[in-house]
Design a binder for this molecule. Structure first.
Ligand SMILES: *[C@@H]1O[C@H](CO)[C@@H](O)[C@H](O)[C@H]1NC(C)=O
Ligand SMILES: *[C@@H]1O[C@H](CO)[C@@H](O)[C@H](O)[C@H]1NC(C)=O
Ligand SMILES: *[C@@H]1O[C@H](CO)[C@@H](O)[C@H](O)[C@H]1NC(C)=O
Ligand SMILES: *[C@@H]1O[C@H](CO)[C@@H](O)[C@H](O)[C@H]1NC(C)=O
Length: 728
């Protein structure tokens, strides 16, 4: 088996002249050839850079394997905790094993919810006096090849929604943001006791529900507006399968939980016999909604909008070309929403493959992607799973050619991400101390591809490495340039930051302080979390040739190889200091009229900058000592000590107490904003304190802004001490 794969592997790579031994049929010749090549390999080890260029050249024709893996993974809906998703775990495990990687599954027992019953009725009082009970059903499409398993798609619901009934007049609340409720208040609209109708799009859906609750609503209906998801809602607009847009019956399902990990085991590992909080205790923590909610389609949202009278909503609250005039209400339309969820302890499966490092096996580079999907998951998340398997396949080939990484590489395939980063968080909580002392970086890909256009976010010490990787990969949409070329010429060429809680990097970065990356091709896409996120959509609209998948796999693997193989970790903290400087400046306007000083923060950033310059110079100086014989006499402990400082400096940005009122989030530089879990914020603690102070405008509230500035300044100073490597 091993041998057969080796031969195929060699053949797939353009001729390198090593096939000579295979031509001969005599065992003796083969033995001599093998002996000679072993001798050659041990005398002159192949430089790592040769393997790295080989890694990129291995990409030719890989689109077939990627497409096949995606097709198999998305054959059926596979929600976390279901037998169908246990099957995808088995598939990923056996595929990784077939690439000769050591693979295993780690399972957890976690509390997940599934829909038991839902009803939504709209009454319009006299003179209309009509009543509509919505069927809440997503329709199969013409020639839908998945019609046979459409019945396995879960009824549309919000995971961890409150069970119960909400009855009241409807109020239209736009995107359900804090500022939308401010607008309603200014219009004199009282939301208290009503059922809020919000549209998806600007903030995390869990925050839509929480803000509605805080405004006094008793229930929430969230719809996908054709303006945002249906191609503008223009007359004659086409939608899937004829165009990429969401069909009128399409519903975006998803979680409304605001925390990370199993809500019944906050901060500790979910096993079959562990301590668990009761439903009441979970509700007291404030991360699950306290009023029921349901997601609905564009068509149902439109019907509800038409039942709302009262003042006309502002221009930017209106719908698409063909939509009725949106009014805010309340009523006269009257909604009766009832939802019952079934909360059960289910088994989830994380799949891992490990390539042990030859020189530093106790230093880990992690590549992660989740596998569970709300429906078929062609974009979200299995485009990423197919890319992960592709990286694994290529590294398996490099190993057959004699490569071993310097540090250990671990492939992680998470379960139950959709419910609230559950699989990754439970694993991080179980292995926290080991991860904190050994992980070099965590590289995440959730949706690998939904459209053209490369996007990446990272902690800033990784910026340079990301750019270098993108420079080595051909642009899948224009063969005469690299991904980097198209990236820098795009509208949004910046490297994003990882403040939002949107994917599995959150436990690594925001809880433990591991340098992280997240990347994708494309961004938001119309059929997100609906039953139309299937292989046909991907093939027609997301990535018809699967070349974007190949590009993601190439960049992902090159970043991993850089981190796993370079003698000195390719981290540049100078970019971190510069980035912090820019983020700090953004606060200047916000606090200018107050007696708030940003000086402590600027001083700490200064120290970080100096420490970064110093360690960069130190490493440069050691690298220049490459003259024989001192090169051979390089002190490995000295190298290791410098690398440890680079690795641990990010940990120093975490604080034992974490963000105020959200103590699981330990990182004081990057974390989700309080009012929008998707929002990427720098210094979320300072930001939250400013938002609060703007409302209260008291001496104490502005004092706590200053306190948060001091806290950040202290962790930045800590990071500079770690980089410097000397005790005070
Ligand atoms: C809003 O309505 C609720 C009950 O319907 C009432 O108790 C409350 O006083 C009202 N608020 C305002 C500001 O009118
Ligand atoms: C709302 O719907 C539920 C479930 O269908 C029903 O039991 C209840 O009577 C309804 N309430 C009103 C006020 O119509
Ligand atoms: C492809 O890339 C080349 C080189 O950057 C550029 O000149 C050309 O305009 C690009 N073509 C398209 C269709 O974008
Ligand atoms: C892979 O790419 C080639 C062109 O480079 C294309 O002809 C082929 O159809 C692609 N395969 C798949 C599965 O899309």
């Amino acid at each position: 088996m091993l041998k057969k794969t080796t031969t195929t592997g060699t053949a797939a790579v353009a001729g390198t002249g090593r096939g000579g031994a295979v031509i001969s049929s005599t065992t003796t010749l083969l033995l001599i050839a093998t002996f000679l090549s072993i001798l050659l390999l041990t005398t002159y080890p192949t430089p790592k850079s040769t393997y790295h260029s080989l890694y990129t050249s291995l990409s030719f024709s890989d689109n077939t394997t990627i497409s096949q893996n995606l097709f198999t993974l998305t054959r059926r809906p596979h929600v976390a905790g279901t037998p169908a998703n246990a099957d995808t775990a088995t598939y990923v495990l056996s595929t990784l094993s077939s690439y000769s990687l050591n693979s295993h599954i780690t399972s957890y027992q976690v509390s997940l919810t599934y829909p038991l019953s839902r009803t939504l009725t709209l009454r319009r009082p006299p003179p209309y006096d009509t009543s509509t009970t919505f069927n809440l059903h997503q329709e199969i499409y013409a020639d839908d090849p998945y019609a046979d398993v459409a019945g396995e798609v879960l009824p549309s619901f919000h995971a961890y929604a409150k069970s119960g009934t909400a009855v009241g007049q409807v109020v239209y609340v736009n995107y359900g943001r804090v500022e939308d409720y401010d607008t309603l208040k200014a219009m004199g609209v009282n939301v208290s006791g009503t059922v809020a109708l919000a549209r998806y799009g600007k903030i995390y859906r869990g925050d839509i529900i929480r803000q509605a609750y805080e405004a006094g609503a008793v229930g929430v209906v969230v719809f996908s507006d054709a303006k945002d998801f249906g191609g503008g809602g223009n007359e004659g607009a086409r939608y899937f399968p004829d165009d990429k847009w969401m069909p009128p019956s399409g519903v975006q399902v998803g979680s409304v939980y605001g925390g990370a990990g199993d809500p019944t085991t906050p901060g500790w590992t979910s096993t079959s016999d562990c301590e668990r909080l009761s439903v009441d205790e979970v509700e007291m923590l404030g991360d699950v909604p306290l009023i029921p909610s349901l997601p609905v389609s564009a068509a149902d949202g439109d019907a509800i909008i038409r039942s709302i009278g009262g003042q006309v909503a502002k221009d930017d609250w209106q719908g698409g070309m063909n939509a009725p005039v949106y009014r805010v209400g309340p009523g006269p339309g009257f909604l009766n929403l009832s939802y019952t969820g079934n909360q059960v302890v289910s088994t989830i499966h994380n799949v891992f493959a490990v390539i042990e490092g030859a020189e530093e096996p106790d230093r880990f580079v992690l590549l992660g992607n989740h596998r569970d999907a709300w429906t078929f998951g062609a974009v979200d998340p299995n485009s990423g799973t197919a890319a992960l398997l592709e990286v694994a396949r290529r590294l398996g080939k490099l190993m057959k050619r004699g490569w071993r990484p310097r540090r250990t590489i671990i492939f992680c395939n998470w379960d139950a991400e959709e419910y609230g980063l559950v699989g990754s968080t439970e694993w991080v909580e179980e292995n926290r101390e080991m991860l904190a002392s050994r992980v070099v970086a965590y590289l995440n890909v959730d949706c690998a591809v939904s459209a053209a256009g490369f996007h990446a976010s990272a902690t800033p010490q990784l910026d340079e490495l990301l750019k270098q990787a993108a420079q080595q990969v051909q642009d899948p949409d224009n063969s005469s340039q690299t991904v980097y070329d198209s990236w820098i010429s795009s509208d949004d060429p910046k490297i994003g930051r990882l403040g939002g809680g949107g994917s599995d990097y959150a436990p690594f970065l925001q809880h433990v302080g591991v340098p992280s990356v997240d990347m994708s091709y494309g961004g938001e896409y119309p059929v997100y979390h609906s039953m139309y996120d299937d292989f046909i959509w991907m093939k027609k609209f997301g990535d018809p040739m699967f070349h974007r998948h190949v590009a993601v796999a190439s960049i992902w693997g090159l970043v991993a190889l850089g981190l796993a193989d370079e003698e000195f970790l390719p981290f540049n903290y100078l970019s971190y200091a510069q980035e912090l400087q820019e983020s700090a400046k953004e606060f200047e306007d916000k606090v200018s009229s107050k007696v708030i000083s940003l000086v402590p923060l600027y001083k700490s950033i200064d120290k970080l900058e100096k420490a970064a310059i110093k360690i960069n110079n130190h490493i440069k100086e050691i690298k220049e000592r490459r003259v024989w014989p001192s090169f051979w006499k390089r002190n490995h402990l000295e190298v290791r000590e410098l690398n440890d400082r680079l690795m641990m400096a990010e940990r120093a940005f975490t604080d034992r107490d974490g963000l105020l009122g959200r103590s699981w989030y330990k990182h004081l530089i990057y974390g989700p904003s309080k009012n929008n879990d998707y929002g990427s914020k720098s210094f979320p603690g300072i930001d939250d304190a400013i938002e609060k102070a703007k409302i209260l405008n008291s001496v104490e509230s502005w004092h706590s802004v200053q306190h948060e500035i001091w806290r950040v300044a202290r962790v930045v100073t800590d990071a500079s001490l770690v980089l410097g490597g000397v005790l005070t």
